[in-house]
Design a binder for this molecule. Structure first.
Ligand code: WQD
Length: 339
């Protein structure tokens, strides 16, 4: 079965392409390379044994998307990763985020409307904002987004619900990711931030490898065990496997229209605990300092994931040690083999 993976050369997309092949699917990748590297296609080939079909174009180009759909009517499912995703940047450039994230989604949905197609949407725990109750469940109130990025995820979920309610033949699963980290066990694919990393773990590994002088911990006066923020970090391979589980769920006749799932481990770690886990896993001493809180950060969030286990028959298996050691192995790989 052919599965279209938009943004398929990105961090989560590339790992999902591998897991699709492992599950017997045939991935077809679209990526505009605005936030990914074409060499990841070769890296994926080293893992799966062949180069997946790849098309480079911008999903905001409605005609290009229509042409693709016309030439590829046999797509059985779509996993839609393609979007801008930097929380901080979205505050500076809101129109870029609204334009890119909505145009690309609407174009792909319009192009395949009318086909009985399974659609997996890449959503985010950012839709919860700072939850009132932790761990946060899928039926927690979706709060006013803390950023345009988070707002695009909230509104996209509503668009998909409305589409299903309107009686289109789409089946939709939205996966609310917590914090994806780590890398494939081969260390051939992983996170490839462009420029200075926004996210914690690539900044840790680049500091440990000497590419960055030191890590700044954004605040240690929060109401948490050691004062630093808490997040639910999940290994990217576990996250990738959740997308396969979502397709399998929609392939069941019993699945109705639309559903949403938390994709996390159910455990929260503070920033300082992640640093300690990295040092334990790698034997590296990390150079860091405590700095002021980062605006837009929420204090603490971790997921209640029993619904994903019960209905998706999926559960995260990799622990924080594996997350850190795999991230470090990938950092060493790209230091020795610049892409
Ligand atoms: C994690 C913690 C920072 C960098 C991300 C994505 C977002 C969404 C959820 C998918 C925070 C702290 C970070 C640094 C630090 N994913 N930190 N020093 O903000 O939770 O959001 O996951 O949709 O798209 O951006 O992740 O890795 O940026 O931060 O202290 O140099 O690490 O304050 O507490 P975040 P992050």
């Amino acid at each position: 079965m052919k599965i279209l993976v938009t943004g398929g050369l990105g961090f989560i997309g590339s790992h999902t392409v591998v897991e699709l092949v492992n599950a017997g699917y045939e991935p077809v990748i679209i990526d505009d390379l605005s936030n990914s590297n074409i060499k990841i296609l070769d890296q994926i080939a080293k893992i799966i044994g062949y180069k997946p079909v790849f098309h480079q174009f911008d999903l905001c180009d409605a005609q290009a998307v229509k042409n693709f759909a016309g030439n590829n009517p046999d797509i059985a499912g779509i996993i839609h990763f393609a979007a801008s995703k930097a929380v901080g940047e979205s505050v500076q450039l809101p129109l870029k985020y609204y334009r890119n994230n909505f145009y690309s989604l609407i174009n792909i949905l319009e192009a395949y409307q009318g086909t009985a197609l399974n659609f997996v949407f890449s959503s985010s725990c950012t839709v919860y904002g700072q939850p009132d109750v932790l761990p946060v469940t899928e039926d927690a109130p979706v709060k006013a987004a803390e950023s345009p990025y988070g707002n695009t995820k909230q509104i996209a979920e509503e668009m998909l619900r409305d589409l299903v309610a309107a009686g289109t033949k789409y089946k939709v699963v939205a996966l609310r990711y917590f914090n994806p980290v780590g890398a494939h066990e081969t260390a051939l694919i992983g996170e490839l931030p462009i420029g200075v990393p926004q996210n914690l773990v690539p900044f840790i590994t680049q500091t440990a490898s000497g590419k960055r002088e030191k890590l700044t911990v954004f605040g240690d006066k929060y109401n948490t065990p050691d004062g630093s923020c808490v997040r639910d970090y999940i290994h990217v391979v576990d996250l990738a496997k959740a997308h396969v589980a979502a397709l399998k769920l929609m392939e069941q006749d019993t699945f109705e229209g639309y559903d949403v799932f938390n994709i996390g481990t159910g455990n929260g770690y503070t920033v300082l605990e992640v640093i300690n886990a990295f040092e334990q896993a790698t034997g590296k001493k990390l150079n860091y300092q405590i700095g002021p809180p980062r605006s837009g950060d929420i204090e603490k969030v971790w997921g209640e994931v029993s619904k994903s286990t019960r209905k998706l028959h999926w559960k995260a298996e990799r622990d924080i040690d594996t997350m850190m050691s795999s991230a470090w192995a990938w950092e060493n790989y790209i230091t020795q083999n610049p892409l």
